[in-house]
Design a protein around this ligand. Structure first.
Ligand SMILES: [Zn+2]
Length: 202
């Protein structure tokens, strides 16, 4: 078995969330979880501290860790905004280049799973940055319906993410004449690790 770690990039800065309610939700959730003793005072302090930090990603630290430990990993970046993800193509482009320069795989963090034109435009935008067409997609919140994989297939994507609950592996492996890999989500999407009882820490 080969394990490939994937990193979905949902946030770059806190500033991009000034008006979309994400910061407010994070604050309210942290207060509630602290009141119910789901998180420790230390964890609560870190979260509140994070709200006032501009940078909301740890991509460089993740790359350092993955390199040091020889962990192959793929970073997925969105080409459009949606569902709590609010950074622009202009903002993310230098980050993608930085990740590519360090030799990591990159792919699209897909937003639209129904509209073929929007799927295609995400694909084309990423192709422009990536310079080649052999890249994959992993959906934001793993959203999909029964037609999504066909729409990926018909709109430029070669590789797709794996969701064993909704599609058999054989069907996922179909992608024309191109190299086919099923991406298995093994990442900690929000960096949350569960501890005994109901306590959890970022
Ligand atoms: Zn996401």
């Amino acid at each position: 078995m080969k394990v490939i770690i994937s990193h979905d990039v949902d946030h770059l800065t806190s500033v991009e969330h000034l008006f979309d309610g994400v910061q407010l939700k994070l604050f309210a959730r942290s207060v509630l979880e602290r009141m119910n003793q789901v998180i420790s005072a230390d964890e609560y302090g870190k979260r509140i501290d994070d709200l006032f930090k501009t940078q909301w990603h740890h991509i460089d630290e993740l790359m350092d860790f993955d390199k040091a430990n020889k962990i192959p990993s793929t970073f997925f970046f969105a080409m459009t905004k949606g569902k709590g993800l609010n950074y622009s193509q202009t903002a993310v482009m230098p980050v993608i280049k930085r990740v590519m320069d360090r030799g990591f795989d990159v792919g699209v963090h897909g937003i639209d799973f129904q509209d073929p034109q929007k799927i295609n435009s995400e694909c084309l935008a990423f192709k422009e940055i990536f310079g080649k067409s052999d890249f994959g997609i992993r959906m934001h919140y793993l959203r999909m319906d029964e037609n999504t994989l066909d729409k990926f297939d018909q709109n430029g994507f070669c590789l797709t993410h794996l969701n064993l609950q909704t599609k058999p592996r054989t069907e996922l492996a179909r992608c024309g004449n191109s190299l086919c890999i099923s991406w298995i989500p093994m990442n900690f999407i929000r960096g949350i690790r569960y501890r005994k009882k109901k306590s959890r820490e970022s």
